[in-house]
Design a protein around this ligand. Structure first.
Ligand code: C2E
Ligand code: SIN
Ligand code: SIN
Ligand code: FE
Length: 398
């Protein structure tokens, strides 16, 4: 299949179809919004033979339009934001839903040079069309600039871009829904985890955040993919979810637990397992393994089952190192905070005993980063209990 070039003659129905099929095939299997926007931008830049294709999406909460614009080839993406009620071309198209075609952008009073100034790009001709979903709601704006042959965009270009935008609109909407569900899922996990931990933690948020960062770094250092490592990161805050079932007199006991009390304490792994039993999502399946087995030990002396070595799921072998390291470094009602380097020495000393030697070796590799993480935290002072998700943290969970 040939990529279409605008200087070719009028498109036949078959050519249009081919164009859509090729474009559709490339964009329909991408659910990550950032990646999808990149692919659409690249495809359209190529197909229409233009200097730049930019996709602006509405951010309804902030009343803005945003875009990530690549500065030059292969360089970093800069986030550009334009007010929805502004006077520039992009804002106008988003508000009115009408196409704007400028043969010479700098001569038109509606064109705002702000974006060019940030990105070091000189717009000559430009075409901006509304990006709509299936029901006709404006999601954002598609903008192409600088036809490679130096001419202005014509009706034919408008037609093609509208056609491609129809397809892109559905793909973008699906990716956005998927992302929203993902964010909602992470937020739910986080709130559940806070509920479980807030009674016995002085600083729940820092604790959960540090454990997920350490687990993530460990997974990466063990050679896991970024995707799997992220699942581990997102699941890890739930490892102690079973603590919701424990009574205050045990969980908050200021001193040492009696053997009977410790037996009850151990049941938090069983309760956690029950709470997450039969979960369907990947992240909750991992959380289930972590909740059940995060107190198992490599040499078989852990609980609840006394599993040994690789019988213990790798997710649990990872979280246990992160959990114990963090528990040692911070204050608890029953113990003082250890200096970070002493906690590190303890982890190394437990290689092959409590912990999988591979995971300890990975911990050794990541320790410089971990040490920095704990350098800024005040771990010795018990603080008043303020365990809730602050309003500002709703979006950025970790
Ligand atoms: P946690 O406080 O989150 O501690 C998690 C794990 O970190 C512990 O699992 C243990 O392996 C390690 N850890 C924590 N503090 C120390 C320490 O001072 N020395 C050493 N060597 N390891 C430490 P473990 O022991 O299975 O305990 C599970 C949970 O039971 C703890 O979670 C905590 O909530 C509770 N717990 C354990 N011991 C006591 C205690 O003596 N008093 C009270 N009130 N709670 C306890
Ligand atoms: C975009 O990310 O919106 C377009 C990418 C590009 O500028 O090539
Ligand atoms: C405009 O909003 O007027 C144009 C901004 C751009 O070049 O993307
Ligand atoms: Fe635990």
């Amino acid at each position: 299949m040939q990529s279409f070039k605008p200087e070719n003659s009028k498109l036949s129905a078959e050519e249009k179809l081919n164009l859509l099929v090729e474009f559709g095939a490339r964009i329909s299997c991408e659910l990550r919004l950032d990646k999808l926007l990149d692919i659409i931008g690249q495809q359209i830049t190529k197909m229409l033979d233009v200097g730049r294709c930019t996709i602006y999406l509405k951010d309804v909460e902030k009343n803005e339009l945003w875009s990530k614009i690549a500065q030059g080839r292969g360089l970093e993406h800069t986030e550009i934001r334009v007010p929805l009620n502004g006077n520039g071309v992009i804002s106008l198209v988003a508000r009115t839903g009408e196409t704007i075609n400028l043969p010479n952008a700098y001569e038109d009073p509606r064109f705002s040079m702000d974006v060019d100034m940030v990105t070091d790009f000189r717009t000559h001709s430009m075409l901006a069309i509304p990006l709509k979903n299936n029901s006709g709601k404006v999601l954002g704006v598609f903008q192409v600039a600088n036809k490679s042959d130096g001419t202005a965009f014509d009706k034919k270009d408008e037609g093609i871009l509208l056609l491609l935008a129809t397809f892109a609109g559905s793909a973008i909407e699906i990716a956005k829904l998927y992302q929203d569900v993902h964010v909602a899922q992470l937020e739910t996990i986080y709130r559940l985890a806070v509920t479980a931990e807030y009674r016995d933690q002085q600083d729940t948020r820092a604790h959960l955040k540090n454990i997920s960062i350490i687990s993530y770094l460990l997974a990466l250092a063990l050679g896991m993919s970024k995707k799997d490592s992220e699942l581990i990161k997102n699941a890890s805050p739930l490892h102690d979810i079973g603590k919701v079932a424990l009574a205050d007199n045990i969980l908050l006991k200021p001193g040492k637990l009696t053997p009977e009390e410790f037996e009850i304490m151990k049941s938090h792994t069983i309760y956690g397992g029950r709470i997450l039993e039969g979960a369907h999502s990947k992240v909750l399946k991992i959380a289930h393994k972590m909740a059940c087995y995060h107190h198992e030990k490599w040499n078989g002396s852990g609980y609840p089952k006394g599993l040994k070595g690789e019988e213990i799921p790798i997710e649990a072998r990872i979280i246990t190192v992160a959990d114990v390291f963090d528990a040692l470094c911070v204050f608890r009602v029953y113990k003082k905070a250890w200096p970070t380097d002493e906690a590190y020495a303890y982890i190394l000393g437990e290689s092959g005993k409590s912990f999988d030697p591979h995971v300890v070796a990975a911990f050794k590799k990541i320790y410089p980063s971990v040490r920095k993480l704990y350098a800024n935290i005040s771990v010795n002072q018990p603080k008043p209990q303020t365990a809730d998700v602050p309003a500002g943290e709703k979006k950025k969970l970790f």
